[in-house]
Design a binder for this molecule. Structure first.
Ligand SMILES: C[S@@+](CC[C@H](N)C(=O)[O-])C[C@H]1O[C@@H](n2cnc3c(N)ncnc32)[C@H](O)[C@@H]1O
Length: 234
């Protein structure tokens, strides 16, 4: 079996076929029934595109995503932690993943996950109210949102404004049917991109079919302050 780098701690595993894997931060522990592979003394977890929109985007050709080892990440809509666990693999032991989930039921699993993965900080709260998050969340290098809500753009912009460093990137996973069932999926994505463009630099938009039907992932960058000053070190 051979590994080809996709991004920090994420690889394409070439064996019988080709699959995406992430370097397991907690050796011997799986999260959602995914398979593991041992290559040259290290353990990798399969990252399944039908279970994770971020994995689906990588299968659909997403490259150069500015999400790296050591990054601080704000993750909105963490659920029980399927994709969060892979983001935790990417961030590594020096990174921090602040994972927000509104449902207490899902949040209970997230808290259990965070007990095993020390770089995950679970927040049981509403992403619509970032002002109510616990104190101490720093400005982050990367923001990921997957809340499947009609007002997802407002939630995204509000959290970016409060918690993303200038120059940082963010990814918005959208479920087009949650926004408007009467409109074709493509039109919902176009309208969302247009709304984001007014405030952010939209890098790319990826239709996640066939891994995730009626879903897209939009990547944006928060513009550097007009003064030219970066707050990267805040
Ligand atoms: C599609 S699921 C997320 C799946 C997850 N991102 C993954 O890939 O493993 C959407 C999640 O967003 C949560 N959610 C919905 N509205 C929210 C809000 N306002 N604040 C925080 N979480 C929210 C839901 O409870 C649900 O767990």
């Amino acid at each position: 079996m051979e590994l080809q780098r996709a991004m920090d701690n994420v690889f394409w595993l070439q064996g019988k076929g080709r699959q995406l894997v992430s370097l397991n931060l907690v050796r011997g522990q799986t999260v959602y029934g995914e398979r593991t592979f041992n290559v040259s003394g290290k353990e990798y977890r399969e990252w399944i595109p039908s279970r994770s929109k971020l994995a689906a985007a990588l299968y659909k050709g997403l490259k150069d995503l500015d999400l790296k080892t050591g990054y601080k990440v704000l993750y909105l809509g963490a659920s029980s932690g399927t994709t969060v666990s892979h983001v935790s693999d990417i961030a590594g032991e020096n990174g921090q993943v602040y994972a927000v989930e509104v449902s207490e039921e899902m949040g209970a699993n997230l808290i259990l996950l965070a007990e095993k993965r020390r770089n995950i900080f679970p927040i049981i709260g509403d992403a619509r109210k970032p002002e109510d998050y616990p104190k101490g969340i720093p400005k982050c290098d990367f923001l990921y949102q997957d809340v499947a809500q009609r007002d997802q753009v407002e939630i995204f912009l509000k959290n970016i404004e409060m918690f993303l460093k200038n120059g940082g990137s963010a990814a918005l996973a959208i479920k087009t049917r949650s926004v408007d069932v009467s409109k074709p999926s493509r039109k919902v994505v176009e309208d969302t991109v247009r709304a984001l463009r007014a405030r952010l630099d939209v890098k790319t938009s990826i239709d996640l079919y066939p891994y995730q039907k009626d879903h897209a992932l939009i990547i944006v960058r928060k513009n550097v302050q007009p003064t030219g000053k970066s707050d990267k070190n805040k």
